[in-house]
Design a protein around this ligand. Sequence first.
Ligand code: EPU
Length: 474
Amino acid sequence: MRGSDSGHAPHHQHSSTDALEVALTDDVLVVHGGAPLEGRIRVRGAKNLVSKAMVAALLGDTPSRLFDVPKIRDVEVVRGLLGLHGVKVTDGVEDGELVFDPANVESASTDQINVHAGSSRIPILFCGPLLHRLGHAFIPDLGGCHIGPRPIDFHLQALREFGATVDKRPEGLHLSAPNGLHGTKFALPYPSVGATEQVLLTAVMAEGVTELRNAAVEPEIIDLICILQKMGAIIKVHTDRVIEIQGVPKLHGYTHRPIPDRIEAASWAAAALATRGHVEVLGAQQADMMTFLNIFRSVGGEYEVTDARPPKLGDPGQEGGIRFWHPGGELNAVALETDVHPGFMTDWQQPLVVALTQARGLSIVHETVYEQRLGYTEALNSMGANIQVYRDCLGGTPCRFGRRNFKHSAVIAGPSKLHAADLVIPDLRAGFSHLIAALAAEGTSRVYGVDLINRGYEDFEAKLADLGAHVERP
Ligand code: EPU
């Protein structure tokens, strides 16, 4: 293991050989912490919409055009998969514009598709579109962040409801729909984002009407519905999480500018708070971040929303965004619970917890979306934070994980002075929280496996430089 300026041994959240292998590579960022982040950065299209919008292009019989696509690894993975399925993906005229031509959609060989096995969870969403276009689909073993078991049982149950047969083999899933796909009435056991998207992408061209109850209604899902509607779909969003889709025989391409990445925006906001800094996030949109903004204000952070103004004669216009800052003085402890929309997103939790280590008193975080998303707090404790995790549902509503042995509630006692450490990044969002902690801590930290952050944060090293962070590659 490499030496460390801080004198601490690299801290491993889990003993997986994956993390150790990553730790031993040169994929390390040296972070000289203790300085506030100050400046302005921009967020582009939401990772968790853009990747699904790319899959939707498979359903059209004419080309689609997507703007503001961030340069992140998840986009590259989906681009590669679309290419393997005969969708020609080209860069458009505008920076961040992608054009998808589905004219030659064809089955790819299992070997080729397996190249992408383990690198993303998006392949599962190819099922519906491929079943419509080809009558069969192959989905390799799924990857994505290591945050608990992340099963796909809801996806498979939904596909079977539509009439697909699923054959599980060691190399992956083979699906077919010899008699086509038919509309169905279906209720999700939990409002899963991915399973709702699966149903949408399948139902739009299934014969007849589909009614999905207990659907997820995240802004990214509503934006996907907008895209499908542009393509010719008929989708009604009723009250109480009910979505009704009337299948149509044919869809055409779309042109779309996606909603901005509210997870990235909140991550930088939390970084501003934790480092006592001031960060303007251009592109951040208030409507999709209301729950985050309420908590940010309760903690003691301040923000100002700037509405976008289109250019007019004699007025260059203005790009909208949100300015986040630490007003000085002490932060307040809060109690919060992660939840499906419109609740506090599970992906906002990890960056904010770093800021909560600086708040006076006891903060409580109850994670109700994933059963194992608090492991990263061990790394924060190794830096001087005081965080205890519990199996109980603390601070409010009992959730699915209560009394089931999952440590899914955290109590954060603060304020704690954070000191530098050597850290190994375990997954995307926890990774960003490690980075924020290193930036907030006194001294020099080494953050191993930082490349994982490129999965979901565009140009994060350039953005850190724009915000005046003292980071370097050794
Ligand atoms: N679940 C099941 N069975 C299923 C599907 C989900 O039990 O078949 C459970 C999951 O285990 C989890 C819960 O349902 O406990 C919610 O999972 P969901 O399906 O909503 O998550 P996802 O679609 O796999 C997306 C985002 C995640 C984000 C969640 C929740 C993408 C590519 N990923 O995942 O984002 O945390 O929704 O909002 O859209 C990230 O960006 O870092 C990330 C992990």
